[in-house]
Design a protein around this ligand. Structure first.
Ligand SMILES: Cc1ncc(COP(=O)(O)O)c(C=O)c1O
Length: 384
């Protein structure tokens, strides 16, 4: 069969993700894997027992398309307790197959061919391909280095009458920066009175340190009225393999997203939704997360401070950026591969998070790992 002409890729530039590449290399050479963002410690047995319980009780068939009602109610209650906002579980909350599906559905529902979407880089890798698949155009603005703050005059300059969506992410992967109230005020100002919607990726909402308030769009009623808020129980309950997330948005916006969601997966995993609904009711299960992860951040960053790497402050997420410009002028990809092979610690370069592969000589290390793993990795980094 000659496939020439038969296949015209819809995503000609999409290759293997950097996470898969670096994790694959870590496995191949037996390196400590701080590259991919997933915990290496056990999850709550109570949560596992709850899933088992619901499976044994026979909750094994399709869930309702928008999600199990008990979970939507629990999500609404949490949003009300945390942010003082009311979302109607019937019409304004949808449970998705992870935040990744949520992102895809929001973008697909909002972007028509020729519409523009603003992405702030470095950015999570699923945003741009979803815009492209919808025939939209991505306009990029870079965070200012080394503070990793949004360049609002630049964002403002990208807005025109084709702008349909602005995507923000706080706490931010890969940099560990967080948006402040002044950022949200600026976003409110530039979108007020326009037809622009906001996709607020808040999957790391509970991974935020030093008592800083997570600046959700939910705190700002005008902004919330044009926003899709995205969350992930994979991040909150250390269960990335369960792929369970959610979207909150006003009913008119949500109605469009549900039209897409029903044809992407229809509904997500039933017993897990019931289990998470129960587990979410115990607030301590998420309120203890900042302290839990801050301890890991402090351990890792504290040990690495003794090295030749420069620690860039991480205020949220489970990622720590390290600047290696005092050690080498190699490109991020080359340096990341070399220290994985030669020293046995895998990280990810930040350059693949930019469409133009900007190289600032920084690597991202995931500290969602056991103390033992973090100490071992830091000891090695101190020898480089
Ligand atoms: C910023 C960001 N958004 C979305 C996701 C996807 O979350 P999920 O695993 O729930 O699909 C991730 C996962 O790494 C992420 O870092």
């Amino acid at each position: 069969m000659n496939y020439n002409g038969l296949i015209m890729s819809r995503l000609p530039h999409a290759g293997t993700s950097i996470f898969a590449v670096m994790s694959g290399l870590a496995n191949e050479v037996g390196a400590i894997n701080l590259s991919q963002g997933f915990p290496d410690f056990p999850i709550s047995m109570e949560l596992v027992d709850l899933v088992n319980h619901y499976m044994h009780k026979g909750f094994n068939q399709y869930a309702p398309m928008p999600g199990v009602l008990a979970l939507r109610e629990a999500i609404a209650e949490k949003a009300s307790d945390t942010f003082g906002i009311t979302y109607d579980p019937q019409t304004e909350i949808t449970v998705t197959a992870g935040a990744t599906e949520a992102i895809f559905c929001v973008i697909t529902a909002m972007i028509h061919p020729g519409d523009e979407a603003i992405i702030i880089e470095p950015a999570y890798d699923s945003y741009a391909p979803a815009v492209e698949l919808s025939g939209g155009v991505v306009r990029y603005s870079s965070l200012q280095v080394p503070s990793y703050t949004i360049n609002w005059p630049e964002v403002r300059s990208l807005i025109n009458n084709r702008t349909k969506l602005i995507m923000i992410n706080t706490p931010h992967n890969p940099t560990g920066s967080v948006l402040l109230a002044t950022d949200l005020a600026e976003l409110d100002r530039i979108t007020r009175g326009t037809n622009i919607t906001v996709m607020s990726d808040e999957v790391y909402e509970h991974l935020i340190f030093e008592g800083i308030r997570h600046e959700s769009v939910c705190y700002y009623p005008e902004l919330a009225s044009r926003s899709f808020v995205i969350g992930s129980f994979g991040k909150t309950f250390h269960t990335t393999g369960w792929k369970t997330g959610f979207i909150m948005a006003p009913a008119v916006l949500m109605a469009e997203v549900r039209k897409v969601h029903q044809f992407v997966v229809f509904a997500s995993n039933t017993p897990i939704q019931h289990a998470v609904a129960d587990y979410l009711k115990e607030k301590e299960n998420y309120l203890q997360l900042p302290a839990f992860y801050q301890q890991k951040r402090d351990l890792f960053a504290g040990l690495v401070k003794e090295s030749r790497f420069r620690v860039i402050p991480s205020y949220g997420t489970y990622f720590q950026l390290l600047d290696y410009s005092a050690i080498s002028d190699e490109k991020e990809m080359d340096f990341a591969v070399r220290i994985t092979r030669e020293f046995g610690v895998a990280s990810v370069p930040v350059s693949p998070f930019y469409h133009d592969k900007q190289d600032h000589k920084v690597l991202r290390f995931c500290f969602a790992k056991t103390e033992e793993t973090l100490i071992k990795a830091a000891e090695i980094l101190c020898t480089i």
